[in-house]
Write a protein that binds this ligand. Sequence first.
Ligand code: S3P
Length: 182
Amino acid sequence: MRQRIRRHIVLIGMMGAGKTAIGTEIARRLQVPFTDSDAEIETAAAMSISEIFARDGEAFFRERETQVLARILDGPPGVVSTGGGAWMRAENRALIRGRALSVWLNCDLETLWHRVRQRSTRPLLKTPDPKATLATLIAQRYPLYAEAELTFDARPGDSVEAAATRLIAAISAAHPDLLEAR
Ligand code: S3P
């Protein structure tokens, strides 16, 4: 179905929640642009996220993240996946609330851990006990993630396709004004 969306759809949530995979799929189905803020930061810096953290530090990365987010949200409405820490900054929450429907991809620790444990691309998890770090981040972040306009509970067994189908249905049900056929 070809759609027009009146606002961006911004996916927030932890590393491994499926923001990029599900975001890519719902953008493809709605035929709207998809943007991944981490990928945009990497392209602009010509460095990986790990390299940016190692060379310039997290504070520098967070500044870039806000700039990139503002630029993306200035563009035509599309689906945007954000890095897991983006929603933690009040400035970013205000930007997103002003221009987008925020959707939290809520996912449990075991599922997240299963997905991120093999990857070395997340600098925040380069700790002696990355699973405990993940649990700490969950405890800090979930109360704020819960302030998203829509909470989508990921089901561990869901394929990307099944999750995308459920998410589009949830958005249409909760925000029928956001999607319009064209
Ligand atoms: C981060 C998540 C990463 C990336 C950076 C910091 C976080 O993005 O932005 O490593 O603070 O949770 P993903 O959520 O896409 O892995």
